[in-house]
Design a protein around this ligand. Sequence first.
Ligand code: PBG
Length: 325
Amino acid sequence: MDKLNQNIRPRRLRKSAAIRDMVQENHIGIQDLIAPLFVVDGKGVKEGISSMPGYYRYSLDLQLEKLKIWVDAGLRSALLFVKVEEDLKDNTGKASWDENGLMQKAIQSIKSEFPELCLMTDVALDPYSSYGHDGIVREGEIVNDETVEALIKMGLSHAKAGADFLAPSDMMDGRVGAIRKALDAAGYTGVGIMSYAAKYASCFYGPFRDALDSAPGFGDKKTYQMNPANKKEALREIELDIQEGADILMVKPGMPYLDVVHMVKEHADLPVAAYQVSGEYAMIKAAGERGWLNEKQAMHESLLAFKRAGADLIATYFIDDFINI
Ligand code: PBG
């Protein structure tokens, strides 16, 4: 074999751990992560979710204990969801703006315990909907504008309870602008909006719907969530949310949509968040449990991939695993 005459050798930069660390392009830290929280009513409750091993629904008292561990480890932000009792669900979702509701009480106590934490709250009707849809149902349709009115009331009640950011995850048209306007009119100019700007109709939400008992009772969410085959449409959604006053743009799901994350980062000068959703977590956990993947490494690599694609923030269920690396 002829001697290789090669003076350009990229492997020189991979020769030792020291040089690899020195030239590493992307890093992931706890400050990049957003912890989703699933809060249930009661006291002393810790419920496993079979499709999300290692993740739990907690009553508020235990959620605060868990959060303390995470905040002590440097966590800066959490995204709050609640599991709503069956008898509080209806087609209007009116329990979602009850000032004494579980969500509102949870916001108050989390913020009084952890004033420095950036607390974000899910704004969508599905956990409160007797149909498991993100909107009000009329003759089998998810009606847009009436739903937006409900989301405004819900969002205002979160702001009043002390939320730092509202995270509308419903994909109704015009909801970011309407919520922004209502917040400003009520004096909550400092409360931000992290919009699920490009949210796809994805099967990867399955475990989450188990966690919150929020699977649609009929049909699917394809008349409001986006078609997984579309990319340009994401730009349109992003543009609208920017015009309507969003502060942070979210893409969801995460890993199967890294091309969208990258495109959004290139196009927008707002911070971009990506949501590593329940099904993505479940896949890595399941393969890890079987010994088919090294779970810790898969987790770390997947989180780095989000950063490489351009995500500034990542919502992920891997907080415990990340802290315990
Ligand atoms: C619903 C909502 C969903 C998720 C966050 N908010 C599910 C859905 O749209 O049906 C999914 C999160 C996850 O899968 O981790 N408003």
